[in-house]
Design a binder for this molecule. Structure first.
Ligand SMILES: Nc1ncnc2c1ncn2[C@@H]1O[C@H](COP(=O)(O)OP(=O)(O)O)[C@@H](O)[C@H]1O
Ligand SMILES: [Mg+2]
Length: 217
C-alpha cells in the first residue's frame, strides 16, 4: 500500500481537488483507494458521503480523522486491502502536515500559478524536506493563457523544485464532478480534465513505485 500526502501552507491551492479526483481515478484503475481527511472543514469527507449515496459509485471511501489516529487508520486500511491511501491536510497546520508527510511515500504540493501561491511554496517544500519524503509541486488551476504558467514554471525551477509533468487547467469540470461525489474520470470521461488527471495519476504511480523501490533497495 502506498500513502500520498497533499500538502500546502496556502489554502485553496487544490489539495482537496487533487485528493478526490486522483482517488476516483485510482479506483477506476482497480487500485483500492481511500482518503484520510485531516482538514476540519471536511470537504473531502462530504464528497465521500455524497459518493456513498451515489449508487453508481463504489470505493474511494473517505475517513475524517484526528491526526493522532492516522497511523492506526493506515494500518487498518492496509489490513483491509487498500492499495493507496491519500492524506488530505489543512493549510496552516504545520505539525500535522509534517506528520502526514512522514507517513507518506510521496508528497504532492499543489500550486496555482499566482504570486501568493508561489510565495508559500518554499515553506510547503520545507515541510516535505523535514519529513524526508520525496515530493513534487503540481501546477493547478492554470488558465488558458500561458504566460502565468511559464512564469510559475521558471520560478519553481529557480527554487530547484521538482515539478509534476502534468499541470491541471482551471476547469469547471472539477467542481461539477464533485457534486455527485465523483471524480472527473468518472463524471465526464474523455474531457481535458479527465485526461490530465489520468496523466497525473500515471506519473504519480510510477513515482511512488520508484521511490519505494529505492527505499527498499
Ligand atoms: N483546477 C481547478 N479548476 C477549477 N477550480 C479548481 C481547481 N482546483 C481547485 N479548484 C477550486 O478551488 C477551490 C479550492 O480548491 P481546494 O482543492 O479545495 O483547495 P485546498 O484543499 O488546497 O484548500 C475549490 O472551490 C475548488 O473546487
Ligand atoms: Mg482542502
Amino acid at each position: 500500500m502506498y500513502v500520498i500526502a497533499m500538502i500546502s501552507r496556502k489554502g485553496g491551492a487544490g489539495k482537496t481537488n487533487l485528493a478526490v479526483h486522483l482517488a476516483a481515478c485510482a479506483e477506476g484503475k482497480g487500485v483500492a483507494t481511500g482518503i484520510v481527511d485531516l482538514d476540519p472543514q471536511g470537504t473531502a469527507t462530504k464528497w465521500g458521503m455524497r459518493r456513498s449515496d451515489n449508487e453508481l459509485r463504489s470505493g474511494a471511501e473517505v475517513i475524517s480523522a484526528q491526526p493522532t489516529s492516522v497511523p492506526r487508520l493506515l494500518e487498518a486500511a492496509r489490513a483491509a486491502g487498500a492499495k493507496l491511501m491519500i492524506l488530505d491536510t489543512a493549510p496552516h497546520a504545520d505539525s500535522i502536515a509534517v506528520d502526514a508527510a512522514r507517513v507518506a511515500d510521496f508528497v504532492l504540493i499543489p500550486c496555482r500559478p499566482a504570486i501568493a501561491d508561489l510565495e508559500a511554496i518554499p515553506a510547503s517544500a520545507d515541510i516535505a524536506r523535514l519529513a524526508k519524503t520525496p515530493f513534487a509541486v503540481v501546477l493547478n488551476s492554470v488558465g488558458a493563457q500561458g504566460a502565468r504558467e511559464n512564469e510559475a514554471r521558471q520560478e519553481l525551477q529557480r527554487l530547484g523544485l521538482d515539478l509534476a509533468p502534468t499541470a491541471l487547467g482551471h476547469r469547471v469540470a472539477y467542481a461539477d464532478a464533485m457534486i455527485p461525489g465523483e471524480g472527473v474520470t468518472e463524471h465526464r470521461n474523455g474531457t481535458q480534465a479527465s485526461a490530465e488527471i489520468e496523466e497525473l495519476f500515471t506519473w504519480l504511480w510510477a513515482m511512488v513505485e520508484g521511490s519505494t523501490r529505492r527505499a527498499v533497495a
